[in-house]
Design a protein around this ligand. Structure first.
Ligand code: SAH
Ligand code: SF4
Ligand code: F3S
Length: 488
């Protein structure tokens, strides 16, 4: 039974009671608790950008009277915020929609309505096709249009709708700001979108088509959002964008700011102790950004810089516009600025035409550079991208074998990196209660999960922890003092 402060006095069969009280029994419109306290369930797939967008959708729907639920069964509105990056990700949406449709039927039988929205990158890529394949869907809305959701839901009362036009206005100008409570519920580490879209057109990738052209948000708006987050207790900001280091936003003085300059300004926001950014492209690591890794203590010594492949031939076919050696030299330059740097990357195996030799080049690059963490995938041909048209596709069996070898090497590097932190003292930002009573969990500067034996500390505090043990997914440690990372 839903709880609402104003409905406390209702009998358990409140639907009946309410209908009677309002004299509506037997009429087609019955006022139920659900009409008064609507619930929205949002499920996000894919990248951090979708996580951020899901939060913004929830903030917007909060102003329309929806509260967020983590249980799909009790949702009056189900939003699937989808990802189109690989075939598996996109197909997941249709199987999930099958389940939601069943749920819709069950709820219907119990007199409850369920409305279904498909948002995100599959919505953008497939549009009307979703309405055809999934008859229970009410609204399909692209990543640049979700500020229209209330109007679209209204419109969908008459006819199912699709909104995937790239709008001229900026959706951010139409989105309500989150409440302090909503921010607090999301924790002390927050994502902040500073840039969207991509102009790079890597030949395997759908993002330039689903997210559109690169756009940077103005500095003033980012600062405003950062201060609001900090004011509600956020200590760590991860600046996000599909191509975040291509950031070139309008500064307060009208000049164009780079990511390096923006980071310096954000480090001055009171309460913000840690800054991160993701995802960056090797070609956009400019001198100012590299210098920020040297000069800015708040900028965490962790960098996700996807290389995808170590073969020059494949990098060229991918349109990455750099070679393996250029990547190695770039890493050397960044490490010179910040020797204490944990690196992370994305890899694709089995790109069309990838030979054994090309694959060995990737293995060599991994061995040369050394990664603290990574994400790796089998190449998945995506409709409409140039690489999908190449005839020399690599067989599934070869992709699987290469992926296993690559992941084996990367996993060894990850574990070696984690073991290397045992005995060191690291600053840990405490994020939540730990797995067991008396424990707390947080993150090291290198984004490692750390468990500590303590419940004396507050969430949001940065403590110095001596790392005593490296487990397979987390580090364990003892508090050695309050953190050296001063808040600005
Ligand atoms: N903007 C980021 C990546 C965004 S997509 C960048 O330039 O690195 C996240 C990752 O998904 C990519 O880095 C890539 O490794 C992987 N990916 C993208 N398209 C893919 C495809 N068609 N098949 C397999 N993996 C893919
Ligand atoms: Fe995709 Fe390449 Fe753009 Fe990254 S840089 S989002 S991989 S097109
Ligand atoms: Fe997926 Fe779209 Fe992000 S395709 S990875 S959700 S930008």
């Amino acid at each position: 039974m839903r709880k609402h402060p104003g409905l406390k006095t209702l009998a358990p069969n409140s639907r009946y009671s309410l209908e009677r009280a309002k004299g509506l029994k037997g009429r087609s419109i019955a006022i139920t608790q659900a009409d008064l306290v609507k619930k929205v369930f949002v499920k996000s797939y894919g990248c951090q950008m979708n996580v951020y967008d899901a939060e913004r959708m929830a903030d917007m729907l909060a102003t329309e009277g929806y509260s967020e639920t983590k249980a799909m069964e009790e949702a009056d509105l189900v939003i699937l915020n989808t990802c189109h990056i690989r075939e598996k990700a996109a197909e997941k949406v249709y199987s999930e929609l099958g389940r939601v449709r069943e749920l819709k039927k069950e709820r219907e039988a119990a007199g409850q309505e369920t409305r279904i929205v498909v948002a995100g990158c599959v919505a953008q890529a497939e549009g009307k096709e979703i309405l055809r394949r999934a008859p229970a869907v009410d609204v399909v809305v692209g990543p640049q249009n979700y500020h229209n959701l209330p109007a679209l839901l209204q419109k969908a009362r008459a006819e199912r709708v699709v909104d995937t036009e790239f709008p001229v206005e900026d959706k951010f100008d139409h989105l309500p700001k989150p409440s302090k409570t909503a921010i607090r519920n999301r924790g002390v580490s927050a994502f902040l979108t500073i840039q969207e879209g991509c102009d790079k057109f890597c030949t395997f990738c759908v993002v330039p088509y689903t997210r559109g052209a690169e756009v940077s948000r103005p500095v003033a708006k980012i600062l405003d959002e950062a201060m609001r987050l900090a004011d509600a207790g956020v200590r760590e900001l991860t600046l996000i964008g599909q191509n975040v280091n291509a950031y070139h936003g309008e500064g307060p003085d009208g000049s164009v700011w780079s990511l390096g300059r923006l980071l310096h300004r954000l480090a001055e926001v009171p309460g913000i102790a840690r800054l991160r950014y993701t995802t960056s492209h090797p070609r956009d690591m400019d001198d100012e950004l590299i210098a920020a890794h040297r000069d800015l203590p708040a900028l965490m010594p962790y960098l996700h810089l996807p290389v995808q492949s170590g073969s020059d031939r494949i990098l060229d076919a991918m349109n990455r516009k750099h070679t393996g050696d250029e990547y190695r030299r770039l890493i050397e330059r960044i490490r010179k600025a910040q020797p204490d740097l944990a690196l992370s990357s994305d890899f694709i195996v089995g790109f069309p035409g990838e030979t054994d030799e090309d694959f060995e080049d990737t293995m060599r690059l991994i061995a040369d550079v050394g990664f603290a963490s990574s994400f790796s995938f089998k190449y998945s041909p995506r409709p409409g991208t140039p690489a999908a048209e190449i005839e020399a596709q690599v067989s599934e069996a070869v992709k699987a074998e290469r992926l296993a070898r690559l992941q084996n090497l990367l996993e060894m590097q990850r574990q070696a990196f984690n073991r290397g932190t045992v005995g060191r003292t690291l600053d840990v930002l405490l994020e939540k209660p730990g797995r067991h009573p008396g424990q707390m969990a947080g993150k090291s500067p290198y984004l490692q999960a750390v468990q500590i034996e303590s419940d004396r500390h507050a969430i949001g505090e940065i403590v110095t922890v001596r790392i005593t043990q490296a487990g397979s997914n987390s580090l364990f440690g003892e508090v050695a003092g309050s953190g050296s990372q001063a808040a600005a």
